[in-house]
Design a protein around this ligand. Sequence first.
Ligand code: ADP
Length: 449
Amino acid sequence: MFTKILIANRGEIACRIARTARRLGVRTVAVFSDADAQARHVSLCDEAVRLGPAPPAESYLRIPRLIEAAQATGAQAIHPGYGFLSENAAFAEACQAAGITFIGPPVPAIRVMGSKAESKALMARAGVPLIPGFHAEEASDARLTQAAREIGFPVLIKASAGGGGKGMRVVDDEAGFGPALAAARREARAAFGDDRILLEKYLDHPRHVEVQVFADRLGTTVTLFDRDCSIQRRHQKVIEEAPAPGLAAPLRAGLAEAAIAAARAVAYEGAGTVEFLVQDDAFYFIEMNTRLQVEHPVTEMITGLDLVEWQLRVAAGEPLPKGADAITAQGHAFEARLCAEDPARDFAPSTGKIRHLRPPATGPHVRLDTGIVEGDRVSVHYDPLLAKLIVWDVDRDAALRRLRGALTEVQVAGIATNIEFLGAVAAHPAFAAGALSTRFIETHASALF
Ligand code: ADP
């Protein structure tokens, strides 16, 4: 095991990683921007290195500076968390070149899965089901228009380099296609510096179901069950749960098998998530995230495993701590994402000082993962995620009751948050009934806002 790692992130995930490292006796180096000099993640680590001014491009995204920080402090490995550089192949490569272990998969796996077009081509070869669509390395507008016609409207335009729902557009008919394509290209160029586009048949009532995979360097690949992340606003996850409720056994087995095939096809190592859309009895691969997910705690709650520990062990060359037969799940878990955003202003990010913060009563069945403390300032520079509320109970109904209760206990004053909105979703009878689809929020909007 490493004796010291650098955590190239901030907020709740940096705190989360530091907690496991400490438990394993691994020393930690935090990095911070000027906006985060007093942040909780800095105080939780053994050492800290300043990166630069608040904007991510001048701090958390500075590859040479991060490598220097690891070298100067003698950190043997870097954990990238999620977001920032976690899926950046150049960063993983820079770590390797500097003789530092990148706590994540090998560079080629990051690269292939980072391209929606390339990953789909590879998945098709591996026999993983895809949504009917069109993906090519480069395609002219005319070729894409023709492909859209062949797929049949409605179609979904996606940025090949996409993430976070950016550059995505639903088009209902041919007349709308040209303008939507131009807008998607513009948005993709601005967000990713890459305006390549792919098309998919738009599914009108899918669920988002994903499978957690883990692979060690000795050739063992396992799944750690599935999660449902259908409750989304503008393609961003709001509430997640594990296991995905109400899946017929053959469907669930098919998803797990496809996830293993996907991971093997890219010679995966470490923690990864294979995402699918499920509609009626069919499932389709959408992408693989080559990092720890925001929602990994729901998997931890049902398995009793620490996924960050597994990541560290795999990166250190150890075998997976448990084999497929020894990995079991119990009960049900939910995660709600508490964000600094204002539902009254169309969920615009809110900023300011957190004057008051009351966590729920936590315990073995209620967990709050957060990087903030009372008195912190929430700035415009970073992700609006303030905290993740995670609950567990013996079954879905009991876990949902626990989620509702805990949501009423949390209080944040000083900035607008989505806590009441989360409470409204958790209280909705259709949610209790497990009637999930990625359009849940849109469908029930009048009862939720
Ligand atoms: P991103 O990388 O931007 O997160 P994804 O491809 O992972 O994009 O898709 C994010 C979400 O967008 C999905 O969870 C789903 O809600 C929606 N989505 C993606 N593809 C389709 C599709 N073909 N039809 C309907 N909804 C889709």
